[in-house]
Design a binder for this molecule. Structure first.
Ligand code: AMP
Length: 625
């Protein structure tokens, strides 16, 4: 096998793994609190076009607008709490919400065009899409934010697939940096640091996607989000929370164009295949399932606050299953207004260009045809209407004892922090909130170092050598196994990343509640699925990679597999249907507040691979209004 060079970057203070919105926020803020600290970024793609915002965004979905008298952080906690059927970390949410506006103001300062509301021009208020969302011309959102982070970092390593975190050999349960390889040169990279902030992304493509064959890869959440935020942390022994809380969203069919701007700004609405309003028909049954606390069908109550995202998704699923599909978004009325028509198209040209291209290619003009909506395959992430991620400490002024162990956004591993999708219990952060979380994590990480907590870290040569051997093993497995190829690329001696991914997606789909089973699972299915996952893990020892690109795919698959295993454990543990529409437990079809008004916390033992599941209190720190 080719001998790849080992490149060591030593004496790092703050290491940022993954530079999406969370990671860029971390690098930017670390410089403020750590003037003389060494700040290094390791990024799988190129920081200028990486993460979920790479393609652009048409809205910033989390902006309080406190300076314009719009919302307070308490309001945001109430909103996110009800949207997630009660299950959030209110300390973390409040902390993000009280700081998020300043991040948005910085984006504007750096050149991001935020639309202004002509009716409130005198005070400079931004154009609202909905109560929380403001509209932007955001095709270049990521390069603008990346520039600010790049300027503050000592060094940005692009094209580094981070495969593992390094652990301190001197002190148990303390992080020491990370390792990975350059996806272009193949070189082995070692980063030794005092504190590490993981801002790698959530997970698409772990459940079988609706788009297969020629459409493979077309998904809503970034296809390159390989669950590394979770795979890296779980492997390092970090506790995770709410990993069962995968998200299923209403999206424009096949292009996965988001619906927020349409619903909220263009005031479009949905109909079934027969032109009928269907949503409210499903609310009584849903109210019966989840209880009045989360959905009260008395008209006054429903209009006073939005219907939780999962319940809106559930209505679509039920209507389709009742045989009254397809579901249409009624665009034909709004699009008669030339301004709204322009907004409708621009929304996708600046954010999901594939949706605009697909409409153009398939003769769908939303002015004359009401386009189809569908429900997506599930995604595991923590920044949209979902809260998967690591169990992190909150801020000292807000967090109750069970939520606080010294440093804001630090995981249960010493010196290991999270931002964005990596942090659990903080839904509705979106891009601006993820950046804010990165800032908060970096501030705390600097304090951690200043308190001397990162001193005396030892990384043995053996740890570095062992990881190197492990990382490149798929190349060796392929080199030997290819001698036994029986047809095309098939060999009995290895499993390639793509067939491996398809196998994972099939298991997740059929046993853990994916699209082909209408998001349904139960204890029996979950048990069988978990057995299949452990057999698959044995086979992943035989992953083969024919080149460096496939080696990246191999490690992405391992991260996706580890993430999925954790999702199985959590889904099995929570014996209720907390979020109808995201998934249903056929053996426990109701929301059960008596037993499950709790956050779920998992811990995977680094040595044995065994999971321990526990319930943690779900404290409501903000009162109901
Ligand atoms: P999306 O475009 O679907 O990713 O959503 C963008 C924002 O709009 C998020 O804050 C969503 O929670 C919100 N949103 C989307 N659809 C609706 C709706 N029908 N009612 C209330 N909020 C929505």
């Amino acid at each position: 096998m080719k001998a790849y060079k080992t490149i060591v970057e030593d004496n790092i203070d703050i290491l940022v793994v993954g530079a999406g919105l969370g990671g860029t926020g971390a690098a930017y803020e670390a410089r403020y609190w750590g003037r003389n600290k060494k700040i290094v970024i390791a990024e799988k793609a190129n920081i200028n076009r990486s993460g979920a915002v790479a393609q652009g965004l048409y809205a910033i979905n989390c902006y309080m607008g406190t300076r314009f008298g719009e919302n307070n952080p308490e309001d945001h906690v109430r909103y996110a709490r009800i949207d997630l059927m009660g299950m959030v970390r209110e300390d973390l949410l409040f902390d993000m919400a009280r700081h998020v506006d300043s991040a948005v103001h910085k984006f504007e300062e750096w050149g991001l065009p935020l639309m202004k509301d002509p009716k409130r021009e005198d005070i400079g208020a931004y154009m609202r899409e909905g109560k929380w969302q403001i509209m932007i011309h955001g095709e270049s959102y990521k390069p603008i934010v990346a520039e600010a982070a790049t300027k503050q970092a000592d060094k940005v390593y692009n094209r580094i697939m981070v495969t593992h975190l390094l652990m301190d050999d001197a002190q148990d349960n303390r992080v020491a940096g990370c390792v990975g390889f350059n996806v272009r040169t193949g070189n082995y990279h070692v980063f030794k640091s005092k504190a590490t902030i993981v801002g790698a992304g959530g997970a698409s493509n772990i459940f079988k996607p609706r788009s297969v064959g020629e459409g493979a890869g077309r998904v809503w959440y970034a296809p390159w989000s390989s669950g590394s935020a979770y795979g890296l942390l779980i492997e390092a022994g970090a506790k995770m929370t709410q990993m069962e809380n995968r998200i299923v969203l209403a999206r424009f069919k096949d292009g996965y164009g988001p619906v927020g701007a349409y619903f909220l700004h263009l005031h479009t609405y949905t109909q079934n295949g027969y032109g009928e309003e269907y949503e409210s028909n499903w609310f009584p049954a849903l109210e019966e399932m989840v209880g009045k606390r989360y959905l009260n069908t008395e008209a006054s109550h429903v209009s006073a606050r939005p219907i939780p995202t999962c319940l809106r998704t559930s209505a679509i699923i039920s209507e389709m299953n009742a045989g009254r599909g397809p579901i249409h978004m009624v665009t034909m009325e709004a699009f008669q207004d030339p301004h709204l028509e322009e907004v409708g198209w621009e929304n996708f040209l600046g954010m999901t260009v594939g949706q605009a291209v697909l409409w153009a290619a398939t003769d769908i003009d939303p002015k004359y045809i009401n386009p189809e909506l569908t429900t997506s395959e599930p995604y595991v992430m923590g920044s949209h209407a979902t809260a998967c991620g690591a169990w992190c400490s909150g801020p000292e002024d807000l967090s109750p004892e069970e939520y606080f162990w010294g440093y804001n956004r630090m995981t249960s591993v010493e010196g290991l922090f999270g931002a964005g999708d990596a942090v659990g219990g903080t839904p509705h952060a979106f891009s601006s909130g993820s950046f804010t979380e990165g800032r908060l994590a970096a501030k705390a990480a600097c304090q951690y170092i200043d308190d001397g907590k990162g001193e005396g870290i030892v990384v043995s040569d053996k740890q570095i050598a062992d990881r190197k051997e492990e990382i490149y093993r798929p190349l060796e497995t392929y080199r030997i196994g290819r001698n036994e190829i029986v047809a095309g690329t098939v060999s009995p001696s290895y499993i390639l990343p793509m067939p491996g991914l398809q196998r994972l997606q099939k298991i997740m789909d059929e046993y853990c509640g994916g699209v082909t089973v209408s998001y349904m699972t139960n204890d029996k299915l979950l048990n069988m699925g978990m057995q299949k996952m452990s057999i698959m893990e044995e086979d992943l020892e035989k992953l083969g990679a024919e080149d460096i690109h496939q080696l990246m795919r191999a490690w992405e698959l391992k991260h996706r597999h580890r993430t999925s295993e954790c999702v199985f454990q959590h889904t099995f543990f929570r014996k209720e249907t907390r979020w109808p529409g995201y998934y249903y437990r056929g053996d426990a079809m109701k929301l059960d507040d008596d037993n499950w008004h709790v956050l779920t916390v998992s811990h995977r033992d680094r040595e044995t691979g065994e999971y321990t599941m526990a319930k943690a209190p779900c404290y409501h720190l903000v009162n109901d209004e």
